[in-house]
Ligand binder design. Structure first.
Ligand SMILES: [Zn+2]
Length: 315
């Protein structure tokens, strides 16, 4: 593509609110956000590596010219916080479970993938997804202020609402709402026009997180992945989860395995979403619930990646 897409990079959404939008090219290409006050700014999420986060902070400095004094991490997946160390001196805020969850995947885990043979389809797929990122120099820098259910911050005299809605996409999911300008930062509660991946959590909680967003009635939403949207982004995501849950139930009742169900389910109205092979994550999560397992029962990432590779080969 030639020229700069005006919907990428730092995009102004209202008087004080911005989205920092990255082109969604698969795993790890996340969005961030910024709310600017008179003398300082609140950043919502950093990016997957240091070069990407540096580029974002340079654009903020250039266009907004306010020091970032507070940073909220919407959850503990690396693509939303591994750049934290670059926001020097900022207070970092997240959910109470962040510190216990954050070690589930670290930059070292990614280096382990590097050392595995690429001719295994699952490894090849993971390596290809990770190749654009530079994970060197990352010093894990977690929140220093944690909360349980809700926290209200002030930008000048205007409220910013932080609401824990997990375990939905992960245990630590937080949404950030700026009621004064009706802008909401959804983290990975919303994947827009791309197939979602979920980790610890339940369909019920994820759907209820989307209901919370719909009740707040924001006019503009920055999703964790994919382009900017309005309430239609929350509604479609909720419809998708309901659809996959019902389809997975029927496959489960017919005795299909996770792999068989992931291949059998017709993506229906969501066929145009990118990364369709990620459906395996939703099916595995639904099966976990049908079997009565805990919301954080781990899945085998290589088994998941193998099924993804098989589905991708058929596309
Ligand atoms: Zn993400």
């Amino acid at each position: 593509m030639n020229g700069k897409d005006e919907n990428l990079g730092l995009v102004r959404l209202s008087e004080r609110c911005y989205g920092y939008m990255q082109k969604d090219e698969g795993l790890g290409w996340s969005n961030s956000g910024l709310i600017a006050g008179h003398d300082s700014a609140l950043l919502i999420d950093t990016l997957f590596d240091l070069p990407l986060t540096r580029k974002m902070l340079a654009e903020i400095e250039d266009k907004v010219r306010k020091p970032v004094r507070q940073l909220v991490n919407t959850h503990h997946n690396g693509d939303h916080w591994w750049g934290n160390q670059l926001v020097e001196g900022a207070q970092i805020i997240g959910h109470r479970m962040f510190r216990s969850e954050m070690m589930k995947m670290t930059p070292e885990t990614v280096h382990v993938i590097d050392s595995l043979p690429s001719d295994m389809p699952a490894v090849g797929l993971l390596k290809k997804a990770m190749a654009p990122f530079d994970f060197s120099g990352i010093k894990l820098t977690p929140p220093t202020l944690v909360f349980d259910d809700r926290l209200t911050l002030y930008i000048g005299d205007q409220e910013v609402e932080l609401i824990h809605v997990g375990p939905a996409h992960t245990a630590t999911d937080v949404i950030v709402f700026f009621p004064g300008e009706k802008v909401l930062y959804a983290g990975d509660i919303i994947f827009r026009l791309c197939t979602p991946i979920g980790w610890e959590g339940t369909f019920k909680n994820w759907i209820s997180a989307l209901d919370t967003i719909i009740r707040l009635a924001p006019e503009k939403i920055v999703p964790g992945h994919g382009p900017l949207c309005g309430l239609e982004g929350a509604k479609e995501m909720r419809d998708y989860l309901n659809y996959i849950y019902a389809e997975a139930r029927s496959c489960f009742d017919r005795g299909l395995t996770t792999a068989e169900a992931s291949k059998a389910i017709d993506p229906g109205p969501y066929a145009g979403w990118t990364e369709p092979e990620r459906i395996v994550f939703s099916v595995a999560r639904a099966y976990r619930e049908f079997r009565g397992e805990p919301y954080d029962a781990p899945s085998d990432p290589f088994e998941m990646a193998n099924i993804m590779a098989e589905i991708r080969q058929r596309l």
